[in-house]
Design a protein around this ligand. Structure first.
Ligand SMILES: Nc1nc2c(ncn2[C@@H]2O[C@H](COP(=O)(O)OP(=O)(O)OP(=O)(O)O)[C@@H](O)[C@H]2O)c(=O)[nH]1
Ligand SMILES: [Mg+2]
Length: 210
């Protein structure tokens, strides 16, 4: 379990660039978190929560993020300063006609995930109301097919605030250590976590300190 008693402060965050092909991706020496998930699941909103400002564009209309967007941020955790990158990705699975993941989502994104070795944490966001969708199960299989020993995969269940109390407990029963997110973190009951718990847990996962 992460030490949630440490102070955590987001010191600064910056947008670096957007990319639609491998030639446009920026070089980096920082470890990175990649945010993946179906269209509209809440990837951009979740980045904004973690970084404490509206830096990634979110929208109620699915398909808002159409490029890979690269951000950098520096956090202070206790006495330590940690700089890392966040990659906001377009969602998969919005197409009405079912296609293979590769076609829908683009060869670029598959290549990016497989080849960018600075990605140390793949954050797979799953809508808490729709567990076990085939698109999410395919994404897990895809990630596990190439993840390296110095990389990890974590799931975060978004839109937890839209669940009934019964469904919230059922999700936690199925996934006891589930990380959950809500639209307004201050409204989350402490038994389900907190923004700080998410921030510290994800930082430790990024740095391989689990
Ligand atoms: N109730 C609730 N709404 C959320 C939550 N997270 C995101 N939303 C809403 O869901 C919609 C989509 O959010 P985005 O962050 O743009 O989703 P995205 O995954 O980046 O979407 P694409 O870029 O289109 O793939 C917005 O209207 C958000 O306000 C959440 O935890 N709870
Ligand atoms: Mg988005």
């Amino acid at each position: 379990m992460p030490n949630n008693n440490l102070n955590l402060k987001v010191l600064e965050s910056r947008f670096m660039c957007s990319a639609t092909n491998m030639a446009q991706i920026p070089p980096t020496s920082l470890p990175e978190m990649a945010f993946l998930g179906r269209s509209n699941v809440g990837k951009s909103s979740f980045i904004n929560q973690l970084l404490g400002r509206k830096i990634a564009k979110s929208s109620a209309t699915p398909g808002k993020t159409q490029m890979a967007n690269f951000f950098t941020t520096t956090w202070q955790l206790g006495a330590e300063k940690i700089a890392f990158g966040c990659i906001d990705l377009p969602g998969f699975g919005y197409a009405k006609v079912s296609k293979s993941l590769q076609e829908e989502w683009g060869a670029f994104l598959c290549t990016l995930l497989q080849q960018r070795s600075s990605i140390k944490l793949f954050l797979h966001l799953i809508d808490a109301r729709h567990l076990h969708l085939s698109q999410d199960e395919n994404m897990q299989v895809f990630l596990q097919s190439f993840v390296k020993p110095d990389q990890s995969i974590r799931c975060v269940y978004t839109k937890f605030d839209k669940l009934t109390s019964h469904a919230k407990h059922a999700l936690l029963q199925e996934h006891p250590n589930a990380l959950v997110s809500v639209l307004k973190p201050s409204t989350l009951k402490s038994k389900f976590g907190s923004l700080k718990h998410l921030q510290i847990t994800l930082l430790n996962a990024l740095l391989g300190r689990i």
